[in-house]
Design a protein around this ligand. Sequence first.
Ligand code: PHE
Length: 364
Amino acid sequence: MSGPNTSYDPVEVAALAPAAVEEAVDAALAAIAAASSLEELKAVRPAHQGDKSPLALANREIGALPPSAKAEAGKRVGQARGRVAQALTARQGELEAERDERILREETLDVTQRAARRPLGRRHPIELMSERIADLFVGMGWEIAEGPEVEAEWFNFDALNFDADHPARQMQDTFYLEPADAGLVLRTHTSPVQARSLIERGVPLYVAAIGRVFRTDELDATHMPAFHQVEGIAVDEGLTMAHLKGTLDRLATSLFGEGITTRLRPSYFPFTEPSAEMDLRCFVCRGEDPDCRTCKGTGWIEWGGCGMVNRNVLTASGGAPDRYTGFAFGMGIDRALMFRTGVSDMRDMIEGDVRFDAQFGMEI
Ligand code: PHE
């Protein structure tokens, strides 16, 4: 660039010609208008407003003009640059507003919208009741044992003094496993744990066992082919029916509350002698309604079997029947849940509907 030159005609400086300036402005405005994002607009800036943009270059030429021409050229270029700057600012503002609007829209949060709820599973009431029963016996110093659901016929029947032709062995009660000569059954009661505990632990002995048992019953409102029992066996010196009754009353009170009335009724089991059924006072009519459908007017509901451990069982399992006596019991847990909840159809218990579990799961 040369210094001031008085003979210099501004019209001859191409970059400063009004048409060139106008053209530069038009190009800038078109590019600015065409920028559809802030990034694009940023790219437009250097080309039309930067040091090497046509208008900046034109501006530089002004210094070389004769003083008489400077004013006019300066005004023209200055206005042109002003228009470009203004257009940039305006477009910048528009694009920022658009961006803010888009972010607000995309990140909208409806704090009043209902949160998606995933229903929680619940523990099954049978399981909770089983735990409560186990806790009760542990609290009394008993041990908890388990036995297999697929049981040796010997433990399920022979060790418990069942004759070879006892009707409970027949196919109509017992699920036998194949092959037929394997001697395996699905246990029909938890009593085989009595024999197992006697053999494994010896006497004296205080053991409770909770578990599933199986019988070939049709599923209906009061029968299930698979149900639950709590078995107890205590063998020690000097145990009597009074200890049995006291233990079962304690169990009944813990499950059904103070004031529950129980009774023992003579019965028969091959593995206890004497044997009894334990009944609970009907929780619906309390023995006052001869037409009660729950107890069928008897005033009592059967809960399970019990008795003094038969000498033969003690002998078969290595106990010393002359020194020790024992009592045993097997109570229905599903029945207990029916009493507690007033559920009259056992099938509700096994349908796996979480609403049942939620309603009848016991407090812990
Ligand atoms: N096992 C017997 C039943 O299932 C109940 C029972 C257990 C009876 C222990 C006496 C002693 O019916």
